[in-house]
Design a protein around this ligand. Structure first.
Ligand code: C5P
Length: 205
């Protein structure tokens, strides 16, 4: 069983994907981490994120990098959205994601193009969304808890910029697959979002 979970930054897709993986006892891959690892490696080797060949040179990152907490920062997220717009970077990460999805028992993958590009034949597809201001509030609270003093306005501006970049790029733009179930988490608690996600998956099986 393959479950595809897509959606924009801070929509709740990561939390929902992890909960679905636990519920169905499936391995889970946060594909955003792969793009984050490429972005971080480009920075470490002193190359330019906007140059496709530079970003491609960073696609052979060491797997240990995936565990580095620095990947979770907003700065790396922003750079990830720059490297992820290069078609050759997407191509370099494609097979790794396909292999993960093809595991015998199935898998949960979350990202931006799982239901459209990586696993178009997934057994269940969810597209998670929430209003930009609610996503900004969630991200702002998370950053504040981690000691950051960044303003809510700045977080909202960053979220809008990332949405725009992710949804207007020509290579695998952020868009719901036509057969994905839409789940708006704007006014739902985490528990209610997870419960609803399970119901929507069950309906598609
Ligand atoms: O989901 P996360 O915020 O970790 O993703 C970081 C960036 O990686 C996104 O803004 C997006 O540009 C890119 N990404 C992507 N395709 C995916 C997952 C992430 O383009 N499947």
């Amino acid at each position: 069983m393959i479950i595809a979970v897509d959606g924009p930054a801070a929509s709740g897709k990561g939390t929902i994907a992890r909960a679905l993986a636990r519920h169905y006892k499936l391995p889970q891959l946060d594909t955003g981490l792969l793009y984050r690892a490429v972005a971080e490696k480009v920075s470490r080797i002193g190359l330019d994120h906007t140059i496709e060949a530079d970003a491609v040179a960073a696609c052979d990152f060491d797997d240990a990098l995936l565990d580095d907490p620095v990947l979770r920062s907003d700065e790396v997220g922003k750079l990830a959205s720059i490297v992820s717009a290069h078609p050759l970077v997407r191509a370099a990460l494609f097979h790794r994601q396909k292999r993960f999805a093809a595991q015998p028992g199935g898998a949960v993958l979350d990202g931006r193009d799982i239901g459209t590009v990586i696993a178009p034949d997934a057994d269940a597809k969810l597209f998670i969304r929430a209003t930009p201001s609610i996503r900004a509030k969630r991200r702002h609270a998370e950053l504040r808890d981690n000691g950051s003093t960044v303003s809510l306005d700045k977080v909202l501006a960053d979220i809008r910029a990332r949405d725009l970049r992710d949804s207007t790029r020509s290579a695998a733009p952020l868009v719901a697959a036509p057969d994905a179930a839409l789940l708006d988490t704007s006014f739902l608690s985490i528990e209610a979002s997870v419960q609803r996600a399970i119901e929507l998956v069950e309906r598609q099986l």
